[in-house]
Ligand binder design. Structure first.
Ligand code: NDP
Length: 251
């Protein structure tokens, strides 16, 4: 693929993200608390998460190691950041879930898988063929600030996911009002943390592929958080009125 074709592909991918964002403002993706029986065959929730997420690493490494670029030290650090996130998401996170007996539609699993595979391809192909970050990049403002933002987002995401998972005893599948730290400001700090994380990744790579990934994350997670927030307010009459969905004091 030429650099021009690759860039055009990413712009098309971003346009698709915006179309998906508009669609998700009207149709709530049916998994988790919004799961539905009307979206075709279902798959066990844990299996769905693993299948949806795990192949991104295969695709990433395949394109990185089959590309023509030698992988500089900084390229390897960036790959390690990305892989670190996906090791948690595809292997650790699904086994921590307390969603025994819950299912998600196969079509959602396949759509999530498609999203992840394309993103893995874009990042892997970019690092494998087009971009070699030199050592000086590690001392640059974008790399340092982006790395801080990336890990701050990851900590918020992990802490909030853990808080939500621990709201249930083993075997329980009900819902409670989450409290503490960032839940004081927003209903979905786990989704907020994920957005911050990929915002940081876009900054630390200072790249169109990084930006595209951030835009996709935003387009997926803002509508999901708005749906969660609406659902909380309908389910719990005593839900804190001042809490927003995903961006403190704003959305
Ligand atoms: P949710 O907040 O909906 O759920 C996280 C887990 O906590 C689920 O097991 C859920 O159970 C449980 N849970 C949530 N709220 C409560 C509650 N009030 N009481 C009891 N249990 C609760 O997160 P998502 O499923 O939307 O996402 C999971 C992770 O995946 C997040 O970290 C998110 O950032 C990430 N993600 C990233 C995307 C991206 O585009 N990069 C896209 C989608 C997700 P149940 O499933 O039964 O509702």
């Amino acid at each position: 693929m030429t650099p021009d074709n690759f860039t055009t592909f990413i712009y098309c991918w971003i346009i698709l993200a915006i179309a998906v964002f508009i669609m998700l403002m009207f149709i709530t993706a049916p998994y988790g608390r919004h799961t539905k029986q009307t979206w075709g065959p279902l798959v066990d929730n844990k299996t769905g998460w693993i299948v949806m997420e795990v192949f991104v690493l295969v695709v990433l490494f395949w394109f990185v190691f089959n590309g023509k670029n030698p992988q500089s030290f900084v390229n390897q650090i960036i790959i390690a950041f990305f892989a670190f996130h996906y090791l948690n998401r595809s292997i650790v996170f699904p086994f921590r879930l307390r969603t025994k007996g819950k299912k998600m539609p196969v079509v959602i699993m396949l759509m999530g898988m498609f999203f992840n595979l394309v993103n893995g391809f874009i990042i892997g192909y970019y690092l494998g063929n087009f971009k070699i970050y030199d050592d000086a990049w590690m001392r640059s403002v974008p790399f340092i600030s982006g790395t801080i933002i990336f890990f701050a987002g990851m900590i918020i995401n992990w802490w909030s996911d853990t808080t939500l998972i621990n709201l249930r005893k083993k075997g329980d599948t009900g819902y409670q009002i989450p409290e503490g730290r960032w839940f004081h400001y927003v209903s979905c700090p786990n989704l907020m943390g994920e957005m911050i994380e990929w915002g940081g990744f876009a900054i630390l790579t200072w790249s169109l592929p990084g930006l595209a990934f951030f835009i996709w994350t935003f387009c997926n997670l803002v509508p999901r958080a708005v749906s969660h927030h609406r659902w909380y307010k309908e389910k719990f009459k005593n839900y804190p009125a001042e809490r927003k969905a995903i961006i403190p004091f704003i959305v």
